[in-house]
Ligand binder design. Structure first.
Ligand SMILES: [Zn+2]
Length: 459
């Protein structure tokens, strides 16, 4: 945990609790013990908030002499002139270790991409590949202002280890099933052990969920068992949903239902759920998702690149569905850049549905931050307000891409490159500070991931 901190003279952008976002210029915030204490325009009140928390800490610690009222604890100062402070992004859907496979399987359909290229390569991955690949993806996300992700992959212990070492927030979905000689079965012990090892670890940075890859990958009997297992283990579920027309057509042929209807009937939505994509949804599907409080992760780059289609976000929002933004894996994006994802999400909504008022900058920023944190189960993140976790990023505006700022929210959604992110704090710790990653040795990660990528791709 860093020392208490005051950030002064900064432009603050925060999502509002119920959607949209607001700007507070010439603002000041204070941070201590991983929490935001003060948000306002008075540096004196910010300092006072640090005194109050120091007093209450001393009162609860009998070994310490009582604090002298008004005594100012030591604290650091960050001058925020020509900078914007906003929450970190929450990436609603990722496959972080796929970062070592980026730029090696492009311009293909999802089915060819997945079954002919990706799955054979993934069968060659070993644990150390997944560990360094996870560090690589986390380094990319932190560099670009992302402080949390909902990740779906295998060898989750390695990704959990990488996230804990990096100080990164993660909703990590565990496989929790076994395929023996082509026959699938659940593996309840492994889910419970994984949850015991990692859930709520390190001051709540990690949350465990169960991976249900999709409606097309498993036999019928497995889905109710997975739903039961998630409920019994008190974990959420992460699933791909209606990503392609082929998926929907095959599901209707197999079950006489859409993927959302089939997953609902199997009980998959009985626990909190993140459903990635939602490209090909019927109106009844959207109603099911809304009624069951399913969060939809919209992944516009991946959906466009694989020619899967475009999610109708407006129709989901009108139904009251919580929609967040995700990058999907780097093997189909080909990056984990939430700035470019946010911009694209807004632009295609306007272009495709013919209304420039759709997905305005405020609502898009809300989706990339607060909506994502709520979907991931980190309810105390994603808003810059007293009592919330100190998870935020600081963006430099004194560069040709961003200057002059104009409306800060428009700037963030439409014009800011991820390279403008100067610092990132997660849970009160700077994981990027004034341009430098503080928790990841990127030179080591570079060397290890290049070796892994070359071996896996060579076959
Ligand atoms: Zn995916």
């Amino acid at each position: 945990m860093n020392r208490p901190l005051i950030i002064k003279d900064i432009t603050l952008v925060t999502p509002d609790e119920q959607g949209g976002a607001s700007v507070l210029r010439n603002s000041c915030i204070s941070v201590s013990d991983g929490k935001i204490l003060y948000v306002g325009t008075s540096p004196d009140e910010a300092v006072q908030s640090l005194c109050l928390v120091a007093e209450s800490n001393n009162e609860s610690d009998d070994s310490q002499p009582p604090n002298i009222a008004g005594r100012i604890p030591e604290y650091d100062v960050y001058i925020g002139t020509d900078r914007i402070l906003l929450p970190t992004f929450a990436n609603g859907h990722s496959h972080i270790p796929m970062s070592i496979l980026k730029n090696t399987a492009d311009d293909m359909t999802l089915e060819d991409w997945l079954f002919k290229v990706i799955l054979p390569r993934e069968s060659r991955l070993i644990e150390s590949d997944v560990y360094y690949a996870s560090l690589l993806g986390i380094a990319e996300m932190i560099s670009g202002g992302t402080g949390a992700s909902a990740d779906m992959y295998f060898m989750g212990e390695q990704t959990a280890r990488a996230a804990l070492e990096s100080g990164f927030r993660l909703n990590l979905s565990h496989d929790g099933k076994i395929n023996e000689d082509g026959k699938w079965r659940t593996d309840p012990h492994s889910l419970r052990d994984f949850r015991k090892s990692f859930h709520s670890l390190d001051d709540g940075l990690l949350r465990v969920s169960l991976m249900v890859h999709s409606i097309y990958l498993y036999p019928d009997y497995l889905y109710p068992q997975l739903a039961e297992e998630a409920l019994a283990s008190d974990v959420s579920i992460h699933v791909h949903l209606s990503e392609t027309r082929t998926e929907v057509d095959n599901c209707i042929a197999r079950y006489g239902k859409t993927p959302a209807e089939a997953l609902y009937d199997f009980g998959i939505f009985n626990v909190p759920c993140i459903a990635a994509h939602g490209v090909h949804l019927a109106d009844n599907d959207r109603a099911i998702l809304a009624e069951n409080h399913v969060t939809v992760a919209h992944n516009p780059s991946s959906n466009l690149k694989l020619a899967s289609g475009i999610c109708n976000v407006k129709a989901l929002l009108e139904r009251g569905v919580n929609v967040c933004i995700g990058t999907d894996g780097s093997a189909s994006n080909n990056s984990l850049d939430m700035y470019s994802e946010m911009r694209l999400a807004s632009l295609i909504a306007k272009g495709v549905f013919g209304n420039p008022e759709d997905m305005n900058a405020e609502d898009t920023l809300y989706m990339a931050t607060r909506a994502g944190f709520c979907g991931l189960g980190f309810e105390h993140c994603g808003v810059i307000a007293p009592g919330m976790c100190a998870d935020f990023q600081i963006v430099r505006c004194d560069n040709p891409s961003v200057w002059p700022v104009g409306n800060p929210i428009s700037s963030l959604v439409y014009g800011t490159p991820s390279s403008a992110v100067e610092s990132v704090m997660i849970n009160g710790c700077f994981v990027k500070y004034k341009g430098e990653l503080t928790t990841i040795d990127f030179e080591k990660v570079k060397a290890e991931t290049l070796l892994s990528a070359n071996r896996i791709i060579a076959g």
